[in-house]
Design a protein around this ligand. Structure first.
Ligand code: 13P
Length: 348
């Protein structure tokens, strides 16, 4: 394992004022998103849309990396350059989602395990040879009646830790993502307790499986009341609790912390990140790794006007600029106008 190289990549991914675009929605999830705005979802429309995002002029000022889905990783821009190559040349780090999605955890109704470890070392070598510098694996922890169970958290932590060590042996920085779902009727206290328990088990397991902490990144949910709980999001409370649970349970030498948006409205995801950053300094670089919060309004605009490349890219750049400012705690919140609707997190 080249520890120095892993640390350089981790640091670059969370470098000041920049964050990660998650564009790794599976084709099924992409279809749901495209259906919702009336766009036909084909290999070519997915390539076109994502290509617009990646090639937005000026994006590298705010975008440290992009997480690809396997299909996109092997596709090319209109200029016939593979997307990972295009990013590399433009100083943006290419990453790849490597898990194979969720299955039911047998014996534990309502709980999920993420699959994809079989054949992963060989697959990882192919991605590394083609330019991937980091990877993502998403596990899901749901909050509900009598869940999550410790067995579910442990099972997912074990798989995340095994994946992380496989990545590092190939020179790839693992993003470990134990997503505590926003969906549900739980309280903000339950969200905080679940994140605390999840981090505690995850990092203990990662240590045991000999993961090199400075060469790994945590992708995490924020502490929020369940989306269907009826409680409004209180940005300061979310920021305070999120910072508390991170500072108390995440190793100080970890390579970085990035947030998912989880189906929050874009503006909530930006404001919460802004308030979290303001509560710094933090022991690690802290930034965004958003899919929906960055993309929702952009996809809507593209659906309305497929020919107006400039307007779509300008809007995407503005979303990145807002998120980049939020990651520094420098977002002027009065700039935020209308909000996009919250969306469901299941089956990403
Ligand atoms: P959202 O920001 O839409 O939650 O997606 C981030 C992600 O990559 C989830 O795995």
């Amino acid at each position: 394992m080249n520890q120095e190289e892993l640390q350089i990549i981790s640091k670059a991914l969370v470098s000041s004022g920049k964050g990660i675009l998650a564009a790794d929605e599976s084709s099924n999830t992409c279809k749901k998103r495209f259906d919702s705005v009336g766009i036909e979802c084909t290999e070519e429309t997915r390539r076109k849309y994502r290509g617009l995002l990646f090639t937005s002029p000026g994006a590298s000022e705010f975008m440290s990396g992009v997480i690809f889905y396997d299909e996109t990783f092997w596709q090319s821009s209109d200029e016939d350059q593979t997307f990972p190559k295009y990013l590399e040349i433009n100083n943006i780090i290419p990453g790849i989602k490597v898990d194979k999605g969720l299955i039911n955890l047998p014996g534990f109704p309502g709980e999920k395990l993420t699959q994809g470890l079989d054949g992963l070392p060989e697959q990882m070598i192919k991605y590394a040879d083609a330019g991937a510098k980091f990877a993502k694996w998403r596990s899901v922890i749901a909050i509900g009646e009598n869940i999550p169970t410790e067995e579910c958290i442990k099972s997912n932590a074990f798989v995340l830790a095994r994946y992380a060590r496989i990545c590092q042996d190939t020179g790839i920085v693992p993003i470990v993502e134990p997503e505590v779902l926003f969906d549900g009727t739980h309280t903000i206290e339950q969200s905080e307790q679940t994140l605390a328990k999840t981090y505690e088990i995850l990092f203990k397991t990662m240590q045991e499986m000999r993961v090199f902490m400075p060469g790994a990144i945590l992708k995490t949910s924020m502490v929020l009341p369940g989306k269907d709980s009826g409680a409004e999001i209180n940005h300061d409370d979310t920021a305070k609790r999120t910072v508390r649970v991170l500072h108390e349970h995440v190793p100080q030498d970890l390579g970085g912390v990035v947030f998912l948006s989880g189906g929050q409205k874009s503006n909530d995801a930006f404001i919460n990140l802004n308030r979290i950053a303001k509560l710094g300094p933090h022991p690690w670089g802290v930034t965004f790794s958003y899919s929906r919060a960055l993309q929702d309004p952009v996809l809507k605009l593209w659906a309305k006007d497929r020919e107006n490349k400039k307007a779509v890219q300008d809007l995407f750049l503005n979303q990145l600029r807002l998120a980049g400012a939020a990651s520094l705690g420098e977002l002027d919140e009065s700039e935020l106008h209308d909000n996009t609707e919250a969306t469901k997190s299941q089956d990403l």
